[in-house]
Ligand binder design. Sequence first.
Ligand SMILES: NC(=O)N[C@@H](CC(=O)O)C(=O)O
Ligand SMILES: [Zn+2]
Ligand SMILES: [Zn+2]
Length: 429
Amino acid sequence: MNPLILRGVRPYGEGDPTDVLIRDGVIAGIGSIEDTGADTDTVDGRGAILLPGFVDLHTHLREPGREDTETIASGSAAAALGGYTAVFAMANTDPVADNAVIVEHVARRGREVGLVDVHPVGAVTVGLKGEKLAELGTMAKAGVRVFSDDGHCVHDPLIMRRALEYSKALDVVVAQHAEEPRLTTGAQAHEGERAARLGLQGWPAAAEEAVVARDCLLAKQVNARLHVCHVSTAGTADVLAWAKARGTDVSAEVTPHHLLLTDDRLETYDPVNKVNPPLRTARDVEELRRALADGVIDCVATDHAPHAVQDKDCEWSAARPGMLGLQTALSIVIRTMVEPGLLTWRGVARVMSERPAEIAGLPDHGRPVAVGEPANLTLVDPDSRWTVRGADFASIAANTPFEGMELPGRVVATLLRGRVTATSGRIPA
Ligand SMILES: NC(=O)N[C@@H](CC(=O)O)C(=O)O
Ligand SMILES: [Zn+2]
Ligand SMILES: [Zn+2]
């Protein structure tokens, strides 16, 4: 691989534009770089912001089982175009990733595609059924660092306790989809005045908050680490702040859609807005932004959830929950966090790269933009505007709730170990 020079870039959006030399997958120099000869590749940065490559702790790639909606190849392309260098592929595939054979297959496919590091998430329980612990040890030996029954809650407190105990011994993390199923049977939308008026059965905030509180207590009890998926309510942020203040080893993520959209989207009955947990109120959105800015919520994760047309273009109650996220996450974070002054670009690096890499224990992602560090990088043009078209995404599915919106910020290039995996909205040949 030729050496690569990024010309005129601004690490973390700070200072005057400078050059960055990348050689053998590593940042070899920062400053004014002389031309190193004919065999050097160049990217014209035009003052773009250089950040550590993004890490998504929560992606649904749908392979195996629903390759009609996303594959490891198409999802990896979407990730690279979105500025990601590592993604965690959730276990709710068909068959479920609850054993070493499936997780090894997903990891191998990810390596073959080679656009992002694809880390398989292992299921906590066999078949995501919540009844019997899966073989966490063999999956951990196969390289799994994050375990989750996402799509389902590990609702049995004894099984959750056991999972936390094992996770501690194995030095992995359990990521909980917090939803008390007894409170959400048949639920279709955030429980509140609007859902009541529209005749949609409610998903109460307490169904999330109660499980998060319980799991924080359990994690503290057994001295284990816990990660909370897709926090959606102000109350959950309160619980997390309380748990962290008393020394609980808990981390949490928020999705871009929960940082921007509210349940006023229900008015159209368009199932593109159906997601689990549901879109909440404007006050929840405001508190989630504040919690992310303050570090009560550690990071942004997309919960990228591709769905087929027939599973979304139907009546609300029959539609599957979930929305695309990989190619819009950065722009939504700029709109909701950077533009209002809640996060600097250092803050963006923290919530989209550094903290997720730390939570998952990735040694070579979320590293500083500095000499000697792995060149897993994202170059962002903060000033350019673009209009969302789901049909143009690399994802096979097109279910974006941001269709037609004009958003700030574009990924100029993504680099994985010094190799360009996306540039100007395209995957290089
Ligand atoms: N978020 C969703 O609404 N759907 C996810 C599952 C999940 O994240 O719970 C999916 O797999 O489609
Ligand atoms: Zn979930
Ligand atoms: Zn999910």
